[in-house]
Design a protein around this ligand. Structure first.
Ligand code: 1HN
Length: 349
């Protein structure tokens, strides 16, 4: 058989000779399959408000949500290759009906007062800066009994769930859930940071662990960390964790809040996890592989795996607060997490 015939014959049988594939298959480091990307709040906010003219939750769709769909990830509508950022808006009197899905979710509350989310019968109030958890396959609905629009960021692992073949969704038997446990039950049981309840293994709550992390607690933790333990790559940073397990807040999604002091510049690093930042407060810029992304309040910025990056707070007076979701728990669990600082900065001040 000639050389040419051999290769044709092998490929006709859907076999690929490894020696011909090239370096992308076993690349010596992660390939760049999608770019860093930024969404500006000035582009998102008016379109989110205008969505009120086009849909009402529960009528022709369950949620008034704009999904951040990365232009390089059109097949999944992912924001990163594993995660989605989405922005949700609900108006006074509206109800976003109960459903459950296998993608897990977190919510980071941006503006408004008087809305609540019920997760498996546990109702939680939502206030600016609060962080709420919706585990996989948990019933959840949202309602707004206050005034003015309520806006929050959703973070979900939809692209990961889809590629893993685990996507399921189910509507609830009624429009909204009944409250089946005291409201904020998880915060009452698990909400005292560092002092863990010594509950028995079969202790029953609606959701098993802490479901709402109020802004006041996050802010206090950040301030304490800022005084004693700055991270060279992230400034003062705290991680949302599951107080029952001590592990990440959800099995495939990590979340952090960080504070950059006026004019603070972090050192450069890269890691195999992907991250989507949401600028909660302040103005600054992030250098991603030598390209500058200027950000201000409300912007979302994606850092794909293994891209060098550093942050800078551009204000000389105001603290910058960056909320972020990441897929580090997935990478840690698969033994694929790696992180390194830029060698040239390693011993420099
Ligand atoms: C969803 O079900 C919610 O339940 C929020 O609040 C955002 C984004 C994409 C798909 C489903 C919610 C979502 C979502």
């Amino acid at each position: 058989m000639s050389q040419e015939d051999y290769y044709q014959d092998v490929r006709e049988h859907h076999l690929e000779p490894l020696w011909t594939i090239g370096d992308w298959f076993l690349s010596n480091e992660p390939l760049r399959v999608y770019r860093p990307y930024q969404w500006h709040w000035s582009d998102v906010y008016p379109r989110l408000m205008a969505a009120a003219d086009h849909m009402v939750p529960g009528q022709g769709g369950a949620r008034r949500v704009l999904v951040y769909a990365h232009p390089d990830l059109t097949q999944t509508l992912g924001t990163t290759h594993t995660l989605n950022v989405a922005m949700q808006m609900i108006l006074p009197g509206e109800e976003a009906p109960a459903h459950r899905h296998t993608p897990l979710a977190i919510r980071f509350i941006i503006t408004g007062q008087g809305a609540s989310t019920t997760v498996n019968g546990e109702r939680m109030a939502m206030g600016s800066g609060d962080f709420l958890v919706t585990p996989r396959w948990a019933w959840h609905d949202h309602r707004h009994e206050g005034e003015g629009p309520m806006v929050w960021m959703d973070g979900l692992d939809i692209p990961l769930t889809r590629w893993m073949g685990g996507m399921f969704v189910e509507p609830y038997s009624a429009s909204m859930q009944e409250e089946s446990v005291p409201s904020q039950q998880s915060a009452k049981v698990f909400g005292t940071a560092g002092i863990y309840p010594k509950v028995s293994e079969d202790f029953k709550t609606a959701n098993g662990s802490l479901m709402v992390y109020p802004w006041e607690a996050t802010r206090k933790a950040l301030e304490a960390v800022r005084e004693v333990a700055l991270n060279p790559f992230d400034g003062a940073i705290v991680e949302y964790r599951n107080p029952r397990s001590g592990g990440p807040v959800l099995p495939s999604l990590g979340a952090t809040m960080q504070s950059l002091q006026p004019r603070e510049t972090t050192k450069t690093h890269r890691h195999t996890s992907s991250v989507a930042y949401y600028v909660f407060r302040g103005e600054g810029c992030t250098d991603i592989d030598g390209q500058m992304y200027d950000w201000s309040q409300g912007d979302v910025i994606v850092i794909p795996p293994w891209h060098w990056h550093r942050h800078r707070n551009m204000s000389s007076t105001q603290e910058a607060l960056l909320f972020a979701i990441n897929d580090e728990p997935v990478m840690q669990n698969l033994g694929l997490y790696r992180e390194e600082g830029l060698p040239s900065e390693r011993d420099a001040d």
